[in-house]
Design a protein around this ligand. Structure first.
Ligand code: FAD
Length: 452
């Protein structure tokens, strides 16, 4: 089967796409880690509608809200806001991903530590339905007031659904969408209920920042300093915008001369420059395990260049060797974080190449197995067992990358009948002909059907 790809020159053509009444997947920059873009054919996805060429439009309102439509990526939005002394509040590591796609995947990222999730920053979203009509949703309106939830039965369904969300309230994302505000219909629903065409988002003042690094022992051998830093940074979210880990295995993908400290893990803090002195003083007096000579800073430009180089170098090495990365996206806050690190330590003893990096201050790390072809099945088995542990730990299994196609096999045990009931209700009302990414998780059934 050959996949048909349609590149939209503008949003107007989206109506023509809908007029064909054929199922499709709508794509942004194709950086999702949960959609195997090179294997879509074998998954019977035969139509891709690509939005990456739609011209980006941005405008900053007098209330400092960024209004945008089209193919705007994080890097462009950041540069645009900075010309007005503002900044976007979300910064995923992959800056070339699109913002509206980020809404669809409920993306978070590095500055989530200081500013919260992208969902928190949304003011309005506009989406196109399968009839080609556009609708605007408002984040200050409760979903229970939306016309979809007018009936008593629908209100009851929403209430039961929201009850199920309670245990995940402190997490960035649960294994199912939040569905509290009107705008939540588009957040994390991965393009299964509508195509997001416009959005407006709160912004922050643009601060000069400094990157402070800690050189640490490898986490596999000793994570005590890592955990001391984790506890400590929780008190300074107002002064520290991000707190990230890059482990020694990840640094090793770069050339030796580029690695800032050889043989060490690093945790870095993005600190607002005007607060640097205060933060530095606090960390040197309040942190017991870290020595002053293990702390160093890095110029902002060099930092950004190195930061992006690591995932790209990993991707390159994998492509050359035919390795398919198998990664996790788990957030386990508070005391559960230590247990998560222990699970990752167990992984590190499996004899398969790996690395660990991510949003350390939010207790949200990506452990990546880099298996050879022969090791791939073993990894799948290990990960299958891992999600059972994550369920017992009551941690969040899919904290920012979404479900896509790759994580579908792991999601079921985290869902209950009420989730399937809600997905079915929304699909029936918002996409009755099942045209919008019908291969996604919202079409899964609680009970397996014959042949599944
Ligand atoms: C190196 C690297 C680092 C990353 N770092 C982060 C990170 O820090 N934080 C994070 O959250 N993610 C991260 N990601 C994952 C990825 O960048 C995000 O999931 C991102 O939101 C995907 O954006 P995209 O434009 O590439 O979307 P695509 O991959 O093109 O699409 C992703 C999904 O969104 C749907 N979709 C896209 N556009 C729309 C739309 N307009 N309307 C409705 N549905 C739509 C698609 O159907 C698809 O299901 C990273 C990925 C890589 C490779």
């Amino acid at each position: 089967m050959t996949i048909k790809q349609q590149f939209l020159p503008s949003l107007d053509e989206l109506r023509q796409v809908f007029a064909k009444r054929a199922p499709f997947i709508f794509l942004g920059s194709r950086t999702s880690t949960v959609i195997p873009y090179d294997k879509l054919e074998s998954l019977e996805i035969d139509w891709i509608v690509d939005s990456s060429q739609i011209s980006p439009q941005m405008e900053l309102s007098s209330e400092h809200e960024l209004k945008l439509s089209g193919a705007v990526n994080w890097k462009e939005a950041k540069a645009y806001c900075q010309t007005y002394g503002r900044n976007i509040k979300t910064s995923p590591t992959e800056e070339l991903a699109q913002i509206l796609s980020g809404v669809a995947t409920s993306c978070t990222g590095e500055r989530c530590f200081g500013y919260g999730t992208l969902r928190d920053q949304i003011k309005t979203l506009t989406y196109m339905d399968t009839a080609g009509d556009q609708h605007t949703l408002y984040s200050d309106r409760d979903l229970s007031e939306h016309h979809l939830f007018e009936s008593k039965e629908a209100k009851d369904l929403l209430k039961r659904y929201q009850e199920s969300y309670k245990e995940y309230r402190s997490y960035k994302n649960a294994p199912f969408p939040r569905f509290e505000k009107e705008t939540d219909l588009m957040v994390g629903t991965e393009g299964q209920l509508g195509v997001i065409t416009d959005g407006s988002f709160s912004t922050a003042p643009s601060h000069e920042v400094v990157f402070l690094f800690f050189a640490l022992p490898k986490w596999e051998r000793d994570d005590s300093i890592h955990l001391e830093i984790y506890d400590w940074v929780q008190r300074y979210r107002h002064q520290i915008l991000s707190c990230e880990l890059i482990d020694e295995n990840s640094w090793n993908y770069l050339d030796k001369e580029e690695i800032p400290v050889v043989g060490k893990d690093t945790i870095f803090l993005e600190v607002i420059e005007k607060d640097l002195e205060e933060v530095y003083e606090k960390l040197t007096t309040e942190l017991n395990l870290i020595k002053d000579d293990a702390i160093f800073s890095m110029p902002v430009a060099k930092f950004h260049q190195l930061r992006m180089k690591i995932p790209r170098a990993i991707f390159e090495v994998n492509s050359q060797m035919g390795v398919i990365k198998k990664g996790t996206d788990v957030q386990a806050i508070g005391p559960k974080f230590k247990e998560l690190l222990q699970l990752y330590r167990n992984f590190s003893n499996e004899g398969i190449r790996y690395n660990l990096f991510g949003h350390f201050g939010d207790a949200h790390l990506h452990f990546n197995f880099m298996p050879s072809k022969e090791e791939a099945d073993k990894c799948d088995k290990i990960l299958g067992d891992f999600y059972k542990d994550i369920k017992s730990l009551r941690a969040s299994p899919f904290a920012e990358h979404g479900i896509g196609l790759i994580k579908k096999k792991y999601i079921k045990s985290f869902l209950s009948p009420v989730h399937f009931e809600m997905f079915q209700y929304l699909k029936a009302n918002m996409d009755p002909e099942n045209l919008l990414f019908p291969w996604g998780y919202m079409n899964m059934k609680w009970k397996m059907e014959e042949g599944e």
